[in-house]
Unconditional design. Structure first.
Length: 86
C-alpha cells in the first residue's frame, strides 16, 4: 500500500487491485475462454473469486485444481525437493 497505491493515485488498495484485475471483463467475454486456477495459489484469493460470470457467460469455463501454485502445474519425480516456481 505504501508504494503502489499512492504512487499511482489510487484511493485504496481495493481500488488498485480492482483496476488491475481482468475479472471485471469476464461478463463481456465473447469467445471461449478456459480459466485454470489452483486452490493453493498464494497470490489469489480463490474463495473470494466471484464465480457469477462463469455461471452466466457460456463462453467461460473455470477449471479449479487443488494444487498448482501460482505459475504452473509442474510435476516432478522427486516430490521432496522444492520446485522453482514456489
Amino acid at each position: 500500500e505504501m508504494a503502489m497505491r499512492r504512487m499511482f493515485g489510487y484511493s485504496s488498495v481495493e481500488h488498485y487491485y480492482h483496476h488491475g484485475s481482468s475479472v471485471r471483463y469476464l461478463p463481456t467475454v465473447a469467445v471461449p475462454l478456459l480459466c485454470i486456477l489452483a486452490e493453493d495459489d498464494y497470490m489469489l484469493d480463490i474463495p473470494g473469486i466471484d464465480k457469477t460470470a462463469f455461471s452466466t457467460n457460456p463462453n467461460l469455463l473455470l477449471a479449479l485444481t487443488s494444487r498448482g501454485g501460482h505459475v504452473a502445474w509442474h510435476q516432478d519425480w522427486n516430490q521432496q525437493e522444492a520446485q522453482w516456481r514456489e
